[in-house]
Design a protein around this ligand. Sequence first.
Ligand code: TXA
Ligand code: MG
Length: 319
Amino acid sequence: MKNYLTLGQNDVKKAAKSLKDGQLVVFPTETVYGLGADATNQRAVARVYELKARPQDHPLIVHIASVDQLFDWAIDIPNYAEKLAEKFWPGPMTLILKKSEIAKDFVTGSQATIGVRIPSHPMAQSLLIEFNRLGGLGIAAPSVNKFGEVSATTKEMIDIEIANLLTNKDLVLDGGKSSIGIESTIIDCSNKIPTILRPGWITEEMITKFLDFKIIDLKYKSSIKHSGSFQSHYKPKCKIILGQEPQIGDGMFALSKFKTPPGVIRLGAPRTVEEFARNMYLALSLADRKKMKNIHIIPPEGKGLAEAIRDRLKKASHT
Ligand code: TXA
Ligand code: MG
């Protein structure tokens, strides 16, 4: 049963006010939808953890309206991090930095760092700007899903994931389908050398080329909690099988160049790697809605976004 109200672009002010009053607002971003709470409101943030059944020590990303606000949330910001922010924000990139006084333990999972991002989705941008006008410093928002499950990229997926957990005071902003479809690239900038903790649309090549020095050590073992530290994550209820022949009645998701064997139910045939990322979580959610036992996926090859897709699929198929 749905309790919450769904709103559009004209109601962004109302949503910002609701957030400021301590309610939760689900909002679209270009990566995946976020379950937003005022990042300085302990009770609102606690509700996010409760709804997601998320471990307390698993930190949230704070979404801000402008690069200036980065200095509210972080200290000792290295020069390279400022450069990355200027270049890739607004966009699908999260920077991990040493936290300021404002970043309390209840949002950072008691770590000494804070994750910050400026999303580029127009509705997220207007929400953040309105929230800032009301004196809000940032919106803490994890992906919309139960802990360890698939992130919502459409309004329909939100209805399935958390609709019955929201109250009639919470809001959902419907901004259509997320255009990227997988979560932001997370870059740890709390050291001299930046490290990618979670691959995404902004790739290692893009960062290295832009900063003009080879800096990313993917083998670096970070002690901080992040999605990369879990072997299993982004999991639907059905079983994901990689690189095997699908059987009759199984689901299949692969690039359009791969044919569907007879009796197999095709859940998507993206033409490009970008389209693959955009539709992947939707296909997994569809397989669950159809109560399928197995979904066969042929991961795209190559570097860049394909690597980020393979990272998610590896964790989603972990048994
Ligand atoms: O694209 C995204 O990043 C989406 C949208 C809504 O912005 N958000 C998202 O949030 O994916 P979530 O909570 O599902 O995943 C955030 C990841 C978690 O794995 C968390 O551990 C990591 O970011 N993270 C957040 N703050 C961190 C910190 N201070 N240090 C290390 N990892 C951090
Ligand atoms: Mg998540």
